[in-house]
Each structure stands twice: as structure tokens, then as C-alpha cells.
Write a protein that binds this ligand. Structure first.
Ligand code: FE
Length: 131
């Protein structure tokens, strides 16, 4: 993606809350059912909490029962990137913002049709803009 946002950890620490930094820059995970958006249903666009890129829409948000906001697709494929994550002894696909590299969550292949994908995203990595 053009116009990548690149900052040092010190710069990110000044911009992000401590919980945002832990998740977005250190790939942490918020506790299930603890975030602001797992049960949100308003028509909205969810933007990257670090750089503001529009990532997900309420149109693809679904009830996964996991306690994390779950989407079947990003707003556009190039908005997010994935990489293999072998932590926790299993291989998962890590998902991050394509513009700033901020960690968002993971994507699994047990989502609803037609995509079959479940983007399991930390609320703290998102900011909800009601539309
Ligand atoms: Fe971002």
C-alpha cells in the first residue's frame, strides 16, 4: 500500500494508550468480551485505531460468539495484510493494518459463507465511526 505510516516504538507510545500499544505494537490480545465492540451493532465503519485507515464495515460484522468483534471481510482486500504466526504452538494467520502495520487480530477459515473467513479483531485496535 502507498503512504505507509512508519514510526518508532517511542513515537507510537506517545500516540497510543498502553492497552493499544500492547495489542497493536506487541501483538497482545485483549480479554474476550472485554472490548468495546464485540457486541456493537450500529451501522458504522471501523477504522484503524493507530492510523485511521478504514478497515472493516458493520455490513460484514457477524456474531461469532467469541467475545471479539468478528468480520467476514475487510472493506477492501488491500487494507489488511496477513502473516504466519506460530506462537501458542499452532499456526495462525496474524492480521495487521496495511498502512501502519498495527496488529489487529487473526483470521480463521471458519467464517460464514461466501468468504468463509472470520477476521477476529481486537476492539482496542479499532475505532468505531458511526455512519
Ligand atoms: Fe493502521
Amino acid at each position: 500500500m502507498n503512504g505507509k505510516v512508519v514510526k518508532t516504538d517511542d513515537e507510537w507510545r506517545k500516540l497510543l494508550s498502553s492497552s493499544q500499544f500492547r495489542v497493536m505494537r506487541e501483538k497482545g490480545t485483549e480479554r474476550a468480551f472485554s472490548g468495546a465492540y464485540w457486541n456493537a451493532h450500529e451501522k458504522s465503519v471501523y477504522v484503524c485505531a493507530a492510523c485511521g485507515l478504514e478497515l472493516f464495515s458493520s455490513d460484514t460484522k457477524f456474531e461469532s460468539g467469541t467475545g471479539w468483534p468478528s468480520f467476514s471481510a475487510p472493506i477492501a482486500g488491500e487494507r489488511v495484510e496477513t502473516e504466519s504466526d506460530a506462537s501458542l504452538g499452532i499456526t495462525r494467520s496474524e492480521v495487521h493494518c496495511a498502512r501502519c502495520g498495527g496488529h489487529l487480530g487473526h483470521v480463521f477459515d471458519d467464517g460464514p459463507k461466501p468468504s468463509g473467513l472470520r477476521y477476529c479483531i481486537n476492539s482496542v485496535s479499532l475505532y468505531q465511526e458511526k455512519r
